[in-house]
Write a protein that binds this ligand. Structure first.
Ligand code: ADP
Length: 503
């Protein structure tokens, strides 16, 4: 096969993943093009890329989801490849097809493979053909058959939208009396949200873990797996803490799951980086779905396997063979630090980054787009950065994470860092008592520890007010941020060498 060398890559995304992809491309000597919305003109991914093109207003539909604007940006800058990152257009087969038709290399699987896997009903069928166990379910929308299925497996059951994703379009049904109205409502919502009202029903597993396998496929038909990740710690079906390898999983189950993922990848004709997601119940595992893109939590795999998955994606798109995975080393954990107020039902937060102090040292990596002065808004997802730690053992990675989150300090935007610190430092996490209900079970009604942060907040607010640098809004934001900051040390400590910033 002729090598399709990539010289210039357009990154069709924003935030930390845009930074991550630009850095991967640079490693290969590939020039990069950033795209940005009006809200992101000052975002650091714009400065990091060799070129940048404005693609529209803040609303995602008019910018990062605007396939026409992104394709023209690629054509104007003569980019020969597009990396979609995750979210936005990354799993839209029509976009992958349009990119291909424009003679541009799409960093991801072929559009048809993506289309088959993006449809949960079709993906279940591929899994069944590859002899991969799926969650017991029924793929018809016919109420009588669904009733019969639900009485057979027992309530609760879960209604899912075939076109759903990102934890959206799921509905638990506790009893027969709710089934019919829930099916109608779910179908209506799926139609409105995804333009496709097809739903199906699965047995609701009461206490599962979420374990997924990283796969890489190439254009020559090879598929390899790079271990698994446990992503059970979730809130509203959104992952917040991930780790690799999955603790307390028998070697036999791990090996079977990895084989199943490779078989599924082969059966689907998979190419590029993908993730086969499963639910685990004791020693049984069940296929959930394939995410046909790079996952948010890919760094924990990179760290253990000593590889760069963005580089692998690009090499694969150029026509090279998949890497030979090395033997993984140690354990890695990732915590997603979001712009949310964990003490107030995780409501979104926003504001200027007034001061940022990021931990460093052996086994600590922080993937982010935060820089001092950046205005964090609410137009996009709330991910501010990903703290990733590595250790020879899980306990070492965990202690490193607790220490790194304790050192992390961000003023101006309330983040979930203190909450994540307490999760990782907790006894249930230490003993890996993992399930998708971990947060409800152990952390509902979480409040930051009262040790000293009110005082810190007052001190900072007072100092900033006296300095007159930030005005009232800044002082309030700083005080608010300090009250959500990690508790083990005072954010006040960070103000040594503090440089005031003027907007
Ligand atoms: P999405 O594509 O919207 O992310 P998934 O099918 O990947 O949906 O499921 C997301 C999460 O929802 C899982 O990690 C798990 O927490 C929960 N979930 C999905 N299916 C089931 C099920 N059958 N039983 C129990 N929990 C489930």
């Amino acid at each position: 096969m002729k090598r399709r060398e990539i010289k210039k890559l357009l990154v069709a995304n924003r935030g930390e993943i845009a930074m991550r992809v630009i850095r991967g491309a640079r490693l290969l000597g590939i020039k990069t093009v950033a795209v940005y919305s009006e809200a992101d003109a000052k975002s650091p991914h714009v400065a990091l890329a060799d070129e940048a093109v404005a693609i529209g207003p803040a609303e995602p539909a008019q910018s990062y989801l605007n396939a026409t604007a992104i394709l023209s940006a690629a054509q104007i800058t003569r980019a020969d490849a597009i990396h979609p990152g995750y979210g936005f257009l990354s799993e839209r087969p029509e976009f992958a097809r349009a990119v291909h038709q424009a003679g541009i290399n799409f960093i991801g699987p072929p559009a048809d493979v993506m289309a088959a896997l993006g449809d949960k009903i079709a993906a279940r069928k591929i899994a069944e053909r590859a002899k991969v166990p799926v969650v017991p379910g029924i793929e018809t929308g016919h109420p009588a058959e669904i009733h019969a299925f639900a009485s057979r497996v027992g309530y609760p059951v879960l209604i899912k939208a075939s076109a759903g994703g990102g934890g959206l379009g799921m509905r638990v049904v506790e009893s027969e009396s709710q089934l019919e109205s829930a099916l109608e409502a779910a179908s209506r919502q799926a139609k409105a949200a995804f333009g496709d009202g097809r739903v199906f029903v699965e047995k609701y597993l009461p206490h599962p873990r979420h374990v997924e396998v990283q796969i890489l496929g190439d254009l020559h038909g090879n598929v390899v797996a790079l271990g698994e990740r446990d992503c059970s710690i979730q809130r509203r079906h959104q992952k917040i803490v991930e780790e690799s390898p999955a603790p307390n999983l028998s070697e036999a189950t791990r090996a079977k799951m990895i084989d199943a993922a490779i078989n599924l990848g082969r059966a689907a004709g998979y190419c590029g980086a993908g993730t086969v997601e499963c639910l685990v119940d004791g020693d049984d595992f069940y296929f959930l779905e394939v995410n046909a893109r790079l996952q948010v939590e890919h760094p924990i795999t990179e760290i253990r396997f000593g590889c760069d998955l963005v580089v692998e994606q690009i090499r694969i798109a150029e026509g090279e063979k998949v890497m030979d995975p090395r033997t993984p080393i140690g354990c890695a954990i990732e915590c997603r630090i979001n712009a949310e107020d964990a003490a107030h039902n995780f409501r979104p937060s926003s504001g200027p980054v007034m001061h940022l102090s990021v931990p460093a040292g052996p086994g600590v990596r922080f993937d982010t787009y935060l820089v001092d002065g950046l205005e964090i808004g609410t137009s996009y997802d709330s991910l501010l950065g990903k703290m990733i730690t590595h250790g020879a053992t899980r306990e070492e990675a965990r202690l490193r994470m607790a220490s790194a989150l304790g050192e992390f300090s961000l003023l101006g935007v309330t983040s979930t860092a203190a909450f994540l610190h307490d999760v990782v430092a907790s006894e249930p996490f230490r003993r890996a008592d993992l399930s998708t209900h971990f947060i409800e079970e152990f952390f509902s009604g979480w409040r930051p520890a009262p040790d000293g942060d009110d005082l810190d907040a007052a001190l900072i607010a007072g100092a900033l007010a006296a300095s007159g640098f930030f005005g009232t809004r800044g002082v309030r934001a700083a005080a608010k941020a300090a009250s959500g900051a990690p508790q083990r040390r005072s954010p006040w400590d960070d103000l040594a060498g503090f440089q005031p910033w003027r907007a």
